[in-house]
Design a protein around this ligand. Structure first.
Ligand code: NDP
Length: 296
């Protein structure tokens, strides 16, 4: 039986880990706020670890799912850190939407101790995590991704090996930058149509049968904006981080990227305006405020 440790039982981590709490895996869980780990373990087969080192002890595969690469890097060293528990030949799979540079540094640090690393951010949202239908984009060696695959397939429908360490993070950041562009541009367009007296439902009926449609127009706006529900599933602060990673990636590659840079600025401003608790779709409220109109 594969021994797995899962660290980070947040909005998406908890439903991912739930698929590992079965008789196919021996699961240890750790969360910074221990009450969440205790609540998780009270409903099924897992052991609550007291520290990252305790979680990693005897694990074949350690999965991390934290806000950013910074928090993952901070978990590695020290008496309670992952390296204090990890054995030679273990594998760390980081499902955080991280940044490629930090992931490469983490991989080097772990490699010095005989531990392999795969960056493995996910897409599909909390609903996909609950259903076990996530897409995972991996960066790492063929051997490491091959070892990660059977564990990732417990909560994923699709596992794509994108390249070396950092490639998964890069693909994830660009995907989420596109999500951000779609949310913001749909908000501007629908705000303009609202001011012109066009009903948002009717506008979306046309757009969603036409070439301007996107996941934002087809799902997020009908389900979350027009209903004013704005459920909190993916924090705006996390999308701000992702767009910034994509903008940095383009700048570092010397790719002219005015749209990505502007989108990073817009989401930083929205995050600052709405605070850490806001959901990513609530960025629409900033456009509405600037326009003086609600998209309903
Ligand atoms: P949440 O904010 O819900 O959860 C974050 C988790 O990280 C919590 O377990 C939190 O612990 C822990 N954490 C935060 N700071 C630290 C720290 N300094 N040290 C140790 N643990 C820490 O985030 P999500 O679960 O939504 O996101 C996790 C990752 O997945 C992010 O990179 C995000 O971009 C990505 N993602 C999220 C999606 C979503 O729909 N939510 C979709 C796709 C990717 P505590 O409970 O103590 O706060």
């Amino acid at each position: 039986m594969t021994r797995v440790a899962f660290l980070g039982l947040g909005a998406i981590g908890a439903p991912m880990a739930r698929h590992l709490a079965t008789d196919r895996f021996e699961l240890a869980v750790w969360n910074r706020t221990p009450e969440k780990a205790l609540a998780f373990a009270s409903t099924g087969r897992s052991r609550v670890a007291t520290t990252p080192a305790d979680a990693a002890r005897d694990a074949d595969v350690v999965i991390t799912c934290l806000p950013s690469s910074r928090e993952v890097a901070a978990l590695i060293d020290g008496p309670d850190g992952l390296l204090a528990g990890l054995g030679q030949g273990a594998l760390v799979v980081d499902c955080t939407s991280g940044d490629p540079g930090t992931s490469r540094r983490i991989a080097e640090r772990l490699a010095a101790h005989g531990v392999d690393f795969v960056d493995a951010p996910v897409s599909g949202g909390t609903t996909g995590a609950e259903k076990g239908t996530l897409t995972v984009m991996c960066g790492g060696s063929d051997a490491a991704v091959g070892r990660a695959r059977p564990v990732l397939e417990a909560f994923a429908e699709r596992v794509v090996h994108c390249g070396g360490v950092g490639a998964g993070d890069a693909v994830k950041a660009v995907n989420n930058a596109l999500l951000a562009v779609h949310i913001w541009s749909a908000a501007e367009g629908l705000a303009a149509l609202a001011k012109a007296g066009v009903d948002a439902d009717l506008a979306l009926e046309v757009i969603n049968a036409s070439s301007g449609r996107s996941n934002a127009s087809m799902n997020l706006f009908p389900e979350r904006v027009l209903t004013r529900a704005f459920p909190r599933t993916f924090r705006l602060g996390l999308l701000d981080k992702d767009v910034a990673i994509a903008a940095d990636l383009a700048r570092a590659a010397r790719v002219p990227s005015p749209l990505l840079q502007l989108t990073a600025e817009l989401f930083r401003a929205a995050h600052n305006a709405l605070g850490d608790g806001a959901d990513h779709v609530e960025a629409v409220k900033v456009v509405e405020q600037w326009a003086g109109v609600e998209i309903v």
